[in-house]
Write a protein that binds this ligand. Structure first.
Ligand SMILES: [Zn+2]
Length: 470
């Protein structure tokens, strides 16, 4: 009988045991146990008081909180591997053009496929920035927890801000209605994502923060990502400035750092997650901390797009909450939080030229409880503790690449060598959503050919686009 069936058919509590239990808030427990009941964690420890709970032993495995992926664009999953080895400006411009060629159903298939990949890698919570709204459709069926941030763009005088706001309010009302209809209010919520300083005007940033505050929504903003963005904001030069000039877009160069500029617009007056923050100094880090702005650190995406390495050590030192994000697979190419954890450690150490810059424990914290804090969800998830939601993953530790590290140092095994394919099971709210290649909520056999078909069409468009550009 599968674990999913055993959990489903058990009456009352279920006792889970593994070689290592990682509560995150306290050191790993050897031969530890976690008891779950009614979707929550009721006990964590060693040889817990015998209950009549049914008992499942995962053997040489790590039982840990599910990963919290603080930044993704599930809708772009079908773009994986399409735009390789191009500069940031070309990458984002081509992506924007290709986006117009997909239908809503295409977006839903793409986003759902992305959600499946994340579930298989132990990701139980996703903070997604979406344009079409399809990420919500994906998370409604996949069973994961998440915040779906609706993206907003508007750098030009047209359309007027009131029209942009009215359209956003309609979209958000529709999303909230879907969440309610699916009785998913406990696990899904909506947010607002003013896209970035080069696609959102200063007055629009201010209006969106006021709107988010009035409704109690969180925001997510890309800021300080690329050298092209820094050139525009600090000096008024580079590819974005040239594009503005060609399109007749009004632009007064702020002459300050991207973080300072976005803050000056009033954007950080609502609870905000700043994504990337690669180009920021100590003063920016202190500003973010003073505004209680959390950071989504996406080291693999930043490396692949040649953006740079975020100053994680300075951010943490200033008191900023940092979580880890995969970003979209169009710039990554896999949604694997193990890779993000080790990339975070390696890039911090490379940047500081210091092996103490970030530890494996720091990275594991950022991928779980740090991420939960960054999203304001730490009372519910992010660590194994009595009363929290039973969002868990089981990672097999018997792979050759984890041997013999896992015998005595599970954190090093997970951060430095494990990979998404080592994940055996993923639970959300105490329900098994993924178990060794099998999904309880998703039909992967139907999704795979659908995604291949959309991609074939997109690839033809991309070739046409490339010919036109040549
Ligand atoms: Zn992003």
């Amino acid at each position: 009988m599968s674990v999913a069936d055993r959990v489903r058919h058990s009456e009352g509590a279920v006792r889970l045991r593994a070689k290592w239990v990682l509560p995150i808030e306290s050191p790993p427990i050897e031969n530890g146990e976690v008891v779950i009941e009614d979707g929550r964690i009721t006990q964590v420890g060693k040889q817990l008081t015998p209950t009549n709970a049914s008992h499942i032993d995962f053997g040489l495995s790590a039982l840990m909180p599910g990963f919290v992926n603080v930044h993704a664009h599930l809708e772009y999953t079908v773009m994986r591997g399409l735009l390789e080895d191009v500069a940031f400006f070309t990458w984002i411009r081509t992506l924007t053009t290709l986006k117009t060629r997909l239908s809503f159903d295409d977006w839903v298939a793409s986003a759902t496929f992305g959600a499946a990949e994340m579930l298989a890698g132990g990701i139980t919570t996703v903070a997604d920035a979406c344009d079409a709204g399809a990420s919500l459709s994906a998370l409604l069926v996949s069973g994961q927890r998440g915040i779906v941030f609706r993206e907003v763009f508007g750098i030009d005088r047209e359309p007027p801000i009131e029209n942009i706001l009215a359209a956003l309010k309609r979209k958000i009302a529709d999303m909230e209605e879907q969440i309610e209809r699916h009785h998913a209010e406990e696990r899904l919520s909506v947010g607002v994502s003013p896209h970035a300083p080069y696609t959102v005007s200063a007055p629009l940033f201010g209006e969106l923060a006021a709107y988010a505050n009035s409704k109690g929504y969180r925001q997510c903003v890309h800021v300080g990502e690329s050298p092209a963005e820094v050139a525009l904001i600090e000096r008024g030069t580079g590819a974005f400035a040239e594009m503005y000039a060609a399109r007749g877009i009004d632009w007064t160069t702020p002459g300050v750092s991207p973080v300072r500029y976005v803050s000056d617009t009033g954007a950080f007056d609502a609870p905000t997650l700043a994504v990337h923050v690669v180009h920021a100094d100590k003063t920016d880090a202190e500003l973010l901390a003073s505004k209680n702005v959390a950071v989504a650190h996406c080291p693999k995406s930043n490396g692949k797009l040649g953006a740079g390495f975020a100053p994680v050590k300075a951010l943490l030192k200033a008191g900023v909450t940092v979580g880890l994000g995969t970003d979209s697979v169009a710039s990554n190419n896999s949604a694997d939080m193990f890779e993000e954890m080790r990339s975070a450690v390696f890039t911090a150490r490379a940047r500081e030229q210091n092996p103490d810059a970030l530890t494996a424990r720091d990275a594991l914290y950022m991928a779980t409880l740090g991420g939960a804090k960054a999203l304001g969800l730490d009372a519910q998830i992010g660590s194994l503790r009595h009363g929290k939601r039973a969002d868990l993953c089981v990672v097999r530790l018997d792979g050759l690449h984890l041997t013999p590290t896992a015998d005595d140092n599970p954190v090093a095994a997970l951060v430095y060598a494990a990979r998404a394919s080592d994940v055996a099971l993923t639970f959300v709210d105490g329900r098994v959503l993924y178990e060794t290649g099998t999904y309880t909520m998703l039909d992967i056999a139907r999704l795979r050919p659908a995604v291949a078909q959309i991609r074939a069409r997109l690839f033809r468009e991309w070739q046409k686009e490339a010919k036109r550009g040549a």
